[in-house]
Design a protein around this ligand. Sequence first.
Ligand SMILES: CC(C)(COP(=O)(O)OP(=O)(O)OC[C@H]1O[C@@H](n2cnc3c(N)ncnc32)[C@H](O)[C@@H]1OP(=O)(O)O)[C@@H](O)C(=O)NCCC(=O)NCCS
Length: 188
Amino acid sequence: MRVSGENLWPGELVTWSAGEVSAHADRLAAVYRAAFAAYGETDDDTAAFRHRSLPTHTGRDDFRCVVALDGDDLVGFGYGYQGAPGQYWTDRVADLAPPAVVRGWLGGHFEVVELAVLPECQGRGLGGALHDALLAGLPHPAALLSTWQYDTPARRLYLRRGWQPLAELPDATLMGTRLPLTGTARPA
Ligand SMILES: CC(C)(COP(=O)(O)OP(=O)(O)OC[C@H]1O[C@@H](n2cnc3c(N)ncnc32)[C@H](O)[C@@H]1OP(=O)(O)O)[C@@H](O)C(=O)NCCC(=O)NCCS
C-alpha cells in the first residue's frame, strides 16, 4: 500500500504487510546489515534479525512495516507492533524501568523495533519520513523504543521529533512519545 503524506525524501514510502515482509526478508536484512555495521553489529546479529526477530515480530498484533523504495531498490525501513507482556522487550522494560514509568507508559503501547536507512541514503530526511509514516494514525496511546545511550543520528532524530528519555536501562535509553504525534519537528 502506498503511504500518502509529505516527506522531504523524493522516493516512495510503502507499507508492507507481514506476508510481504516475510517474502522480502533477505532484502530487509541487507539494509539492516549495512545500516547497523557502524555500530558493531555482526553477521550473526544480522542472521538473528533475519531468522529469529523478523519471523517472530511479523506475527505480533498491529505489526506495521514501512519501507522506502528507490525504484526497485529497498533503501530503508521501519517497523513495530503492539508490545505486550510475555514478549522479551516489554518484560525487560517492566523489570528494569522505574515503577512510575511502567505504570504510565507500558500497556497497549506501540513498540518501534527497527528504523534503518542505507548509509549512502542517510541525511536526506528519509529516516524522519519513515518514522512519521510508521507512527501516523496509530490507535495506540504511546510509542516506546530503546536506543543507544550516547549521541547518535537515531537518538537525535527521536529527540527532534519529541520523544522523551524515560529511563536508563543497563545498556540502552528507554524513550517514549504519546500518540498521536504532535508538533513533529522536521529537519531543516
Ligand atoms: C537513524 C537513521 C535511520 C536516520 O536515517 P536518516 O535517513 O539519515 O535520517 P534523517 O535524514 O531524517 O536525519 C538524519 C540527519 O540528517 C539531517 N537531514 C535530514 N534532512 C536533511 C536535509 N534535507 N538537508 C540536510 N540535512 C538533513 C537531519 O537533520 C539529521 O541530522 P542530525 O543527525 O545531525 O540530527 C539512520 O542513521 C540509520 O539507519 N542508522 C543506523 C541504524 C539505527 O541507528 N537505527 C535506530 C536504532 S534505535
